[in-house]
Design a protein around this ligand. Structure first.
Ligand SMILES: O=C(O)[C@H](O)COP(=O)(O)O
Length: 236
């Protein structure tokens, strides 16, 4: 019986400001740091022992993984980072305030952009090199993506496209570990994890709209050797 723990990163500085993050590399807020430590504490209390960790190439997820594993006394386990576990790319919405976007385009349109399965957000223009927020600039793309084929680098993603780029990583890495009986922990993002959950639980395109994963909240799955889900717990 292999276990898989999914943790959405703790609150980021931009979550706290209600801004669309996407691929912009924001840090954890103080609250987010505490949420990540609390998650690790809860995993330790459950006696979970991990064999492999995966995370994205975004600081808020990496930091969450490290804080949680440190709290659980397992910072030493093998870990791998991949852009395939990144948050969905939020296109031209990145850096915008979610409430202001709803005032500008309407609540319904913004909800569709945020939660629908297959509607793309407004795309970022390829020429846009930086996102500027409150006088600070953040690179839209940087050298961490140097090995990603140019035609795979997104300018905006819906959940469907996010799932399509997460799936090869599930097939090549995560599912193989689980089939080998390894316990795996993944620290990633609200929407890359919703994509994974959709795949793992075979959730319909309509029903995935209502799935929300809270910051720092561990979701624990148990699998048999054929990768059927035999148990699920959301740790409050
Ligand atoms: O990218 C973001 O802003 C968040 O991590 C997820 O945002 P959402 O809840 O609006 O999809």
């Amino acid at each position: 019986m292999a276990k898989l723990v999914l943790i959405r990163h703790g609150q980021s500085e931009w979550n706290a400001l209600n801004l669309f993050n996407g691929w912009v590399d924001t840090k954890l807020s103080d609250k987010g740091i505490q949420q990540a430590k609390d998650a690790g504490q809860k995993l330790a209390e459950k006696g979970l022992q991990f064999d492999q960790a995966y995370t994205s190439v975004l600081t808020r997820a990496i930091t969450t993984l490290h804080l949680a594993l440190e709290e659980a006394g397992q910072l030493w386990i093998p870990e791998e980072k991949s852009w395939r576990l990144n948050e969905r790319h939020y296109g031209a919405l990145q850096g915008q305030n979610k409430a202001e976007a709803a005032e500008k385009w309407g609540d319904e349109q913004v909800h569709i952009w945020r939660r629908s399965y297959d509607v793309l957000p407004p795309l970022l223009e390829a020429s846009v090199a930086e996102v500027e927020v409150q006088g600070k600039t953040y690179p839209a793309i940087d050298r961490r993506y140097a090995d990603v084929p140019a035609d795979e680098l997104p300018l905006g993603e819906n959940l469907k496209v996010t799932l399509e780029r997460v799936l090869p990583f599930w097939d090549e890495k995560i599912s193989k570990d689980l089939a080998a009986g390894k316990n795996v922990i993944i620290a990633a993002h609200g929407n890359s994890l919703r994509a994974l959950v959709k795949h793992i639980e075979n959730i319909s395109d309509d029903d995935i709209l209502n799935v929300e994963i809270a910051n720092g909240q561990p979701w624990i799955y148990e699998f048999d050797a054929d990768l059927n889900v035999t148990g699920k717990e959301i740790v409050e």
